[in-house]
Write a protein that binds this ligand. Structure first.
Ligand code: GLU
Length: 412
């Protein structure tokens, strides 16, 4: 690799000239500075001079990448987000970068764990995802697993990763191999990136015996281990920290540390000779309603009128203001399903303690135990895709289908 000196105006930079990938803009060069930062320059704005040749890490060499045939084959499916992106030096924004070549050159350690294939299913920021994207992912994952891959990794934006993990947990039936969602909070060409460790740990999980939909992300802000979160128990709990994802009301399934998995709770095990199938009939006419002091009754009445199902994110043990009672009562009489979760997230709803809770229960609001509001929102779509019958919906909403409800809540 070439050591170069770049002169831009009166500033001088020295560093290694990074290889340009096919997808990159030919008018730019990227230099890795000695402090580890990558800087992009527009070619016609700089003078560049070669000042030496250096031995460089294998990952930057342009030799052909050799994958080991004997290792289990896994597929990384790109759907967007920071993990699938790198900085666009022209605009300073992040832009998509996702070829097997790029992934493996940036993460050569992966080739010691698995034989990696990659594909881009779509490339969107996860705040733009809709239920149709969950379905597309579920269908593609089933195809990939049934075609013989040992596991699947889904590279995903972190903002709504926990909605997708819940949706896949309900939609993928007879799952007998790992489905690992992974993201990153900082793009992979930043020195502080969490992408490498997350992807490395995700690859270890994808080749493990954990046959569930899981989210694998940093367990702390140290760059040394990742938690394996159950897809129906996880939530993004911080805007920017690398350990933003937490298991709520449950321990994580396990941790990946020093290349090894340690598990904490029982999980579904890998089984050979099975077929995954997709159960993705969703009724999308569901609303997630957050309660707050001063909430407008007329708006709530409009919501109740419009939607087939409403998940209330109530206050405390599962409450809503008394003046909404007749609106909810009317809705339930019209055949709408109204469920209760708590905006405290931690803990279990208990609507028997205060009179508001008891009144909500008496009109037929369904208390959803310790289920997370977002998970309940996805589950209600799934259940209403099967039936609108109150008793059947109630039974299914209170049945633990994919680890979303537990008998005893663990606080950590
Ligand atoms: N907001 C974007 C998303 O969720 C990028 C954030 C990220 O991937 O961490 O897709």
């Amino acid at each position: 690799m070439k050591l170069v000196r770049v002169k831009k105006g009166d500033k001088i930079f020295e560093g290694y000239l990074l290889p340009r990938y096919e997808t990159e803009d030919k008018n730019y060069v990227t230099i890795k500075l000695k402090n580890g930062y990558n800087v992009g320059f527009k070619i016609d704005e700089i003078e560049i001079e070669e000042i030496g040749d250096v031995k460089i890490e294998k990952k930057y060499l342009s030799e052909k990448l050799e994958q080991k045939e004997s290792l289990p084959k896994i597929m990384i499916v790109g759907t967007g987000g920071t993990i699938s992106s790198k900085i666009d030096y022209e605009t300073g924004a992040v832009k998509p970068a996702f070829t097997t070549e790029e992934i493996l050159r940036n993460n050569p350690e992966l080739m010691n764990i698995a034989r990696i294939d990659t594909e881009v299913l779509f490339n969107i920021l996860s705040e733009n995802m809709k239920p149709i994207h969950w379905k597309k992912i579920a269908r593609r994952v089933a195809e990939i697993l049934n075609s013989g891959y040992y596991g699947v990794i889904i590279a995903h934006g972190t903002d709504t990763m926990h909605f997708t993990s819940a949706a896949l947990s309900f939609m993928l039936k007879n799952l007998y191999k790992p489905v690992v969602l992974v993201g990153s909070q900082r793009s992979s060409d930043r020195p502080s990136t969490d992408a490498f460790l997350n992807l490395y740990s995700a690859t270890i999980v994808a080749t493990s015996d954990i046959a569930e939909v899981v989210v694998v992300m940093h367990s702390s802000s140290n760059d040394d281990s990742c938690y394996i979160h159950r897809g129906t128990r996880v939530r993004k709990m911080h805007t920017s920290r690398r350990d933003a994802f937490k298991s709520i009301n449950s321990l994580p399934i396990g941790i990946v540390e020093n290349g090894k998995i340690k598990t904490f709770i029982p999980y579904r095990k890998r089984k050979e000779g099975e077929e995954v199938y997709v159960d993705d009939e969703l009724n999308e006419n569901v609303f997630l309603l957050k309660i707050f002091p001063g909430i407008d009754k007329e708006i709530v009445a409009k919501i109740v009128e419009k939607f087939d199902g409403i998940v209330i994110e109530g206050t405390g043990l599962g409450h809503a203001p008394e003046d909404l009672l007749d609106v909810f009562k009317w809705g339930i009489e019209q055949g709408k399903i109204i469920c209760m979760t708590s905006q405290t997230l931690y803990g279990r709803v208990n609507m028997n303690v205060y009179s508001t809770g008891r009144k909500l229960l008496s009109i037929g609001v369904i208390p959803l135990e310790d289920m997370l509001p977002e998970v309940a929102y996805v589950k209600l779509m799934y259940v209403l895709g099967k039936t609108k019958d109150y008793n059947k919906v109630r039974e299914l909403m209170l049945k633990n289908i994919a680890g979303e409800i537990s008998e005893r809540t663990i606080y950590i």
